[in-house]
Design a protein around this ligand. Structure first.
Ligand SMILES: [Zn+2]
Length: 303
């Protein structure tokens, strides 16, 4: 937890106690005391909140570029199809992988890396409902075991994403221990809970802007009509708008909310000719880029 959040929480609790005991304002005191705890819980539950650790929520984009992220793999059925789709669209993505699945399918992790994408940790067991309650030992195991599984498959692991973005009180120290950055998203596509492909694509297109992080999923928990197919539609729609899917450099990362350019940047402008869209013309650049290649600001078309 960051110091400012701890101070705010403690201040509220002490004020609540003072109101209850010092002035006998029992009900206001109880409410203020509870607010001190609720403030911390809000920072745990809100994926983009920064009170528990630094959370990447976007990046400074060079032109119309977005960061596509795909959670919950690897999946023997979906991952190979997704890799083919990404290659056909000349797109790069980061796969946030579950350690236990990566351990079962290390060959899929290697294929992801060989195709020029990157991987991040999405915990070892994907504790959806109780990660926010996990103690320091559990958090350390979730991160450490998953990082170990990915490294054994040959990955360099620099990013972490919490299950559904819910953070633990002890996350900050564990991130530092394993050299990870916590990454949230700008756009939740909704493919994890929607069975409607058009709705998923519409949700992405309504919110897309340069520097956005797009959250998508793979695996059997994704509804049949949406599974993989929505990603194909999203890639096509992004290409149609001239967006590139890139792996941004950490020095372009943005933390917090409200710092991305407005969606007016999505409108055509004279600079758009200089932006290399997702398309066949970029295949040469794609293939000569390093496997873990990151976008260097100011260099268009190297992703
Ligand atoms: Zn997940």
């Amino acid at each position: 937890m960051k110091r400012y959040l701890a101070l705010q929480s403690c201040s509220l609790k002490l004020t609540g106690l003072w109101l209850m005991l010092g002035t006998h304002w029992l009900v206001p005191g109880i409410l203020v005391f509870i607010a001190g705890g609720a403030l911390v819980i809000v920072h745990m539950l809100l994926p983009r909140a920064q009170g528990l650790c630094d959370v990447v929520t976007g990046f400074h984009a060079d032109g119309k570029a977005v960061w596509l992220t795909i959670d919950d793999g690897p999946d023997p059925e979906d991952t190979p199809k997704i890799l083919d789709l990404l290659e056909a669209s000349r797109a790069r993505a980061t796969f946030f992988l579950i350690g236990s699945r990566a351990r079962r399918h290390p060959e899929l992790v290697r294929r992801i890396l060989e195709r020029g994408h990157s991987v991040g940790s999405h915990t070892e067991t994907h504790p959806l409902w109780n990660f926010w309650l996990a103690g320091p030992g559990r958090v350390r195991r979730e991160l450490g075991d998953s990082v170990k599984a990915l490294k054994q498959a040959g990955a360099e692991v620099r990013y972490f994403r919490s299950p559904v973005g819910i953070k633990s009180l002890f996350l900050k120290g564990c991130l530092r221990e394993f050299g990870l950055r916590c990454v949230a998203w700008t756009i939740r596509s909704g493919d994890g809970f929607s069975g409607n492909r058009q709705a998923v694509v519409g949700r992405v297109l309504r919110q897309v802007r340069p520097g956005a992080i797009i959250l998508m999923h793979e695996g059997p928990h994704v509804a049949g009509p949406v599974r993989v197919k929505a990603l194909a539609d999203v890639l096509e729609a992004l290409a149609g708008r001239g967006y590139r899917c890139v792996l941004p450099s950490p020095d372009t990362f943005l933390y917090g909310s409200g710092r991305l350019p407005s969606r007016r940047a999505d409108q055509p402008d004279p600079g758009d000719e200089a932006v290399i869209p997702v398309g066949p013309a970029n295949i040469a650049e794609q293939r000569i880029a390093p496997a873990q290649g990151e976008v260097q600001p100011g260099i268009a078309g190297d992703n």
